[in-house]
Design a protein around this ligand. Structure first.
Ligand code: ACO
Length: 405
């Protein structure tokens, strides 16, 4: 059944993720700071996280995840009208990381910009995509969350360096007149929490200098307990508002895909919504908190693991610095089986991010991680049910006849 005469709906038609191969375990962190595996697992649920290699950047990880999502959607990269990249760790202050990704994925047409809302960034970018689609301004929007947090951490601060990891996730959001897709969105911003998670130096208020570096002001700082209180209060209420805007109740949602910051926060969300933990997707044990990348990585894994079926209602929900929060309730319409083929079809060697002609960065690996990065990384086992290079299937959802920008 179609909806003639109504605004196009925003359907997720492609999804993909990429995480670097190097693993940083709790045991590794025990050798760097005064911490231990038991404390980290019991207080956060995190067992390991990924660290980007020296030749990887936020843009390169984003490009791999994006090409996987585009492949899953079964469209050509040049069909993307708009690229929205959520990150708090861009490659540079300028240009936008989205601009670099546009070239790396082989798109010539799209407008591209970064979105800054910290860990809520992907949901903010997703809601922007939904608005572009509902208004008819775009037919296919690429929404990315990508972070390279391990280069912004103080490896003498045990309260932050144990939490974060690197990675990227992306979705293709497409216009369609078919029912389903994005049903309800809720976003909040509470500036009284502005300095509870922040990175003091490098911006206009405190430009980078030898003094700011000596003071360690180029690292992420966080008031953990205040952030925890905000997260437990707001995640459930933001998710609930989004679900109700969709005309649903939490019990109608088969899977919540929350920001992967802390297992205790996710347990509090389940409790707040009066749902069992089976309705919460969790992968933070393997990746830690990847900020804006955490929701799209989790979404792609949940779908590829068979946790989402056509017709299911899902809710993506995140909180982060600002303080910000965001949630979107979505009726899933794409064939879940498509994602694995997208993952297999694209690897890091398939993307090339433009570099400056007459400039090279210093070694980007933090000294505390140098020994780790000299080790061989994890080799992901091949997926034997998919033949690499097999042709993409037909698009997952028939696109509406809205004209691209
Ligand atoms: N290992 C061992 N002990 C530690 C560690 C560690 N890594 N870190 C802190 N401790 C100690 C503290 O020093 C403190 O010791 P004390 O009692 O002797 O003073 C004790 O453990 C308890 O510290 P708390 O900070 O109260 O620990 P808490 O249970 O609150 O857990 C945590 C800390 C995990 C950071 C938690 O507060 C949390 O998850 N907060 C939310 C953080 C978050 O989600 N941030 C991301 C926001 S998203 C974004 O936009 C980036």
């Amino acid at each position: 059944m179609t909806n003639p005469g109504t605004a196009p709906r925003a359907h997720i038609t492609g999804w993909g993720r990429y995480v670097p191969s190097q693993v940083l375990t709790n045991a590794d962190l025990e050798r760097m700071v005064d911490t231990n595996d038991e404390w980290i697992v019991s207080r956060t649920g995190i067992r390991e996280r990924r660290v980007a290699a020296a030749d990887e950047t936020t843009a390169s990880m984003a490009a791999v995840a994006s090409l996987r999502a585009i492949r899953t959607a079964g469209i050509d990269p040049d069909e993307i009208d708009l690229i929205l990249l959520a990150t708090l760790t861009p490659d540079y202050w300028m240009p936008s990381t989205a601009a670099l990704v546009k070239e790396a994925i082989g798109n010539t047409r799209a407008a591209a910009m970064d979105v800054a809302a910290a860990c809520s960034g992907f949901v903010y970018a997703f809601s922007t995509a939904q608005a572009y689609i509902a208004s008819g301004l775009a037919k296919h929007v690429l929404v990315i969350g990508a972070e390279l947090l391990t280069r912004f951490l103080d490896y003498t601060d045990r309260s932050t360096c144990i939490l974060f990891g690197d990675g990227a996730g992306a979705v293709v959001v497409s216009a369609s007149n078919e029912p389903g897709g994005t049903l309800g969105v809720e976003l909040t911003t509470e500036p009284q929490g502005a300095y509870m998670i922040w990175l003091p130096a490098g911006g206009a208020k405190s430009p980078p200098s030898s003094e700011t570096i000596a003071r360690g002001e180029h690292y992420i700082r966080m008031e953990g307990r205040e952030t925890y209180r905000f997260a437990t209060r707001t995640l459930a209420s933001t998710a609930l508002a989004s679900v109700r805007k969709a005309g649903l109740e939490p019990s109608d949602v088969s899977l919540f895909i929350p920001h992967q910051a802390n297992i205790r926060i996710i347990e509090a969300v389940a409790k707040g919504l009066d749902l069992p933990m089976e309705r919460m997707f969790v992968n933070l044990d393997r990746y830690g908190n990847t900020s804006a990348a955490s929701v799209p990585i989790a979404l792609a894994e949940a779908v590829n693991e068979g946790r989402v079926q056509v017709g299911d209602n899902i809710c993506i929900v995140a909180f982060g610095a600002g303080f910000t929060s965001g949630a979107a309730t979505i009726e899933w319409t794409a064939d879940p089986a498509r994602g694995v083929a997208g993952d297999v079809a694209v690897g890091p060697a398939d993307v090339h991010v433009r570099l400056p002609v007459d400039w090279d960065s210093v070694d980007p690996i933090p000294p505390a991680l140098a020994e780790l990065m000299a080790r061989p990384g994890l080799v992901n086992p091949p997926l034997d049910d998919v033949v690499p290079g097999e042709p993409p299937a037909e698009p997952a959802v028939p696109a509406a006849s809205t004209s691209g920008r």
